[in-house]
Design a protein around this ligand. Structure first.
Ligand SMILES: [Zn+2]
Ligand SMILES: [Zn+2]
Length: 114
């Protein structure tokens, strides 16, 4: 006894012919959205404020607020935001120049001809 679930017949809509170029454009836009997705999530989680200097941002200045990855791994994007820190571009640059300085002081990144 095979009783299949009742499916109402959907009215068929005429589909436009597949446009390969449009598909490529779509998938590119999707990839871009995925890459930028963590920024949106971090801004939503941590607020439009720099975690270091507490400068606040609005829609006009939001592009100056960036997302720093605490462990330096841009692929490590836990949904709870534990690897993200919202930093203004100035603090972000400062954060990374400190890392470079720390590396330098630790002798990890010494020029070969030193
Ligand atoms: Zn800042
Ligand atoms: Zn960073």
């Amino acid at each position: 006894m095979s009783s299949r679930s009742f499916r109402p017949s959907k009215p068929r809509r005429g589909r436009p012919p597949v446009d390969a170029a449009a598909l490529v454009r779509e998938s590119r836009a999707e990839a871009g959205q995925r890459a930028a997705g963590y920024r949106e999530r971090s801004l939503a989680l941590h607020g439009w404020i720099c975690a270091k200097c507490a400068r606040e941002f609005d829609a006009r200045t939001l592009h100056l607020l960036t997302v720093h990855h605490k462990d330096g791994n841009h692929r490590n994007n836990p949904p709870d935001g534990s690897n993200w820190e919202n930093l203004c571009v100035y603090c972000h640059e400062d954060e990374h120049s400190r890392e470079l300085l720390a590396d330098y002081l630790a002798g990890r990144d010494r020029p070969a001809d030193d």
